[in-house]
Design a protein around this ligand. Sequence first.
Ligand code: UD1
Length: 417
Amino acid sequence: MHFIVEGGVPLRGSVSAQGAKNSAVHLMAATLLTADPVILENVPVIQDVFSMITLLREVGAEVSFDTARHRIIITSRKELKPEVSNPVAANLRASLSLAGPLLARAKQARIIFPGGCNIGARPVNYHLKGFQALGAEARLEDGYILVQGKRLAGRRIYLDYPSVGATVNLVCAATLAKGETILENVAEEPEIADLCNMLRKMGAKIRGAGTKMIQVRGVRQLHGTSHRVIPDRIEGGTYLVAAAITRGEIILKDTVPAHLEPLLVKLQEAGAQLETNKNKVHLRVLHRPKPVDIKTMPYPGFPTDLQNQMLILLCLAEGISLISETVFENRLLITSELRKMGADIQLHGGGAVIHGVESLHPAQVTAPNLRGGASLVLAALAACGLCEVDGVEHLDRGYEDMEGKLARLGARIRRIE
Ligand code: UD1
């Protein structure tokens, strides 16, 4: 499957952010903590959500997804089967977030080692160490993650690194543990706060969500709720960068500007005119971008998931920019594809030196992963002429109707099945 893109058109108009992929998949896993129905609204219609549905059904949950209304209802009334061996899980990093809820509710879990994007080694040591601290047995065996523990007990746990996935797992496991768990140096991502907000509505006792320290007082059981997934800052941010690259003007709607702050600051430095109000960002770019230096970091630092998109903008900047990637070691895989389009990028250790060029030229390129693929589409939007972007199935993991949204902003883009 590929996209044919005829670039060179400034994007104009307005576009809404979808519900956050990285929130939805974790919220879906967390519904296993209760036997009652949980209703999730604003769920994006993307492949990772469908994969998560497959896995939830495999462990015994009933799931119905009304894609037209972006609403999922999940009920895990029956006794759960805590085994996740479907090959779908091996391609979905978020499958790991089933471990915490299964451990808390079914007292054990056996999950095939998760994959996701090919952006780095992605070990699971922080997850295992955290489960062990809560009193569980946790280890890797024959390509599976095994966790087991009849009585989890609250503890003070310091994470060596603010891992998003480990924070999700430990918060979920702690909700039904005995006593108080204090999690320090946890991830502060908005998606973590979203998860904690839903868990609180389910009866969990959690304080400090969205900060470096989260306190969870275990309760005997959780109940059902209804929850609206927060807007996707990465998807929304991708469209803002797309507009900046094409020197266009767009309004991003249904977003949370505060969650986009690390990106907005960099776009402004690059010369974009920006206005924000409650749930909108208005962006206008008239000139060639200025060079900007970027260092990726855990939230509220600059997100690694928007690094590749900014790389495209910087390829077109008037001067030299530096990117330093500190979160994943393999997040500059699109460099070879961009060089085919005339980009001037030198890789150094975990980073890149980018000498901006005046324009990119058309080429046939292949998406190596989700965010890299989206970024190649942005590069194609900037190039004058016809580009082919292969590997669109990577994009479908995280972007709902990307070609439709871009086309409504004036882009000339077609999907070829
Ligand atoms: C989540 C996001 C992903 C985003 C990433 C960082 C989801 C579904 N995915 O991934 O889009 O790019 O956060 O913002 O929400 N690490 C270890 N040991 C562990 C766990 C992590 O060494 O046990 C390392 C990773 O290899 C990586 C860093 O910690 O270098 C950050 O990983 P983490 O925050 O856990 O990312 P994910 O939850 O996998």
